[in-house]
Design a protein around this ligand. Structure first.
Ligand code: XMP
Ligand code: MG
Length: 179
């Protein structure tokens, strides 16, 4: 049974699993013989990060960053505040940033600037979902799971006011939930 607030399931648990396994196989090759620092952007990326990292058959380390956008009611402003920084130094490290969804691209663009400034050796982005038509800055992910339409989605880490992160699938909410 789906959650009663969900209007439509866009991607099932099985579909997400398949995409994640495929990305994991590609990234296993990419990082063979390296020891990348895999950086999850909290909180949305947690489910994807735990599944993706288990699909990567190579040495790696995990770390997290929590950021929020000032004045971000509807979309991110790009004026980003770091709520939790990395525990690890990125200097001379191969970084893999893991995102749940890229929307305007402003958040990641800001993070990349920081990591460049901190002298990372390489920076790649993997995102489960990509809302390409919403992009406001010049930013492309290196690895994309699924291109999604311009709809607000929840589940598998993605929330609406902190709810629905635990749904194992990704879907859209019924209109009345936003009232
Ligand atoms: P940017 O900076 O790319 O922001 O605009 C990406 C962040 O925006 C959030 N976001 C969503 N969250 N459903 C969500 O639950 C969505 O459809 C959605 N679109 C964007 C998300 O936090 C992402 O990391
Ligand atoms: Mg996020």
């Amino acid at each position: 049974m789906n959650h009663p607030d969900i209007k439509e399931v866009l991607y099932t648990e099985e579909e997400i699993k398949k995409v994640t396994q495929e990305l994991g196989a590609v990234l296993t090759k990419e990082y063979e013989g390296k020891n990348p620092l895999v950086i999850g952007v909290l909180k949305g990326a947690i489910m994807f990060m735990t599944d993706l990292s288990r699909a990567m058959d190579c040495d790696l380390e995990l770390d997290f960053m929590d950021v929020t956008s000032y004045g971000a009611a509807i979309e991110s402003s790009g004026d980003v505040k770091i709520l939790k920084d990395l525990d690890t130094s990125v200097e001379d490290r191969d970084l893999l940033i893991v995102e749940d969804i890229i929307d305007t691209g402003r958040t990641l663009s800001y993070l990349i600037d920081i990591f460049r400034y901190r002298k990372a050796k390489s920076i790649k982005i993997v995102t489960l979902l990509d809302k390409k038509e919403r992009r406001a800055v010049d930013l492309e992910a290196d690895y994309v799971g699924i291109n999604v339409p311009n709809e607000f989605v929840v589940g598998y880490g993605l929330d609406y006011i902190e709810k629905y992160r635990n749904l194992p699938y990704i879907g859209v909410l019924k209109e009345e939930i936003y009232q």
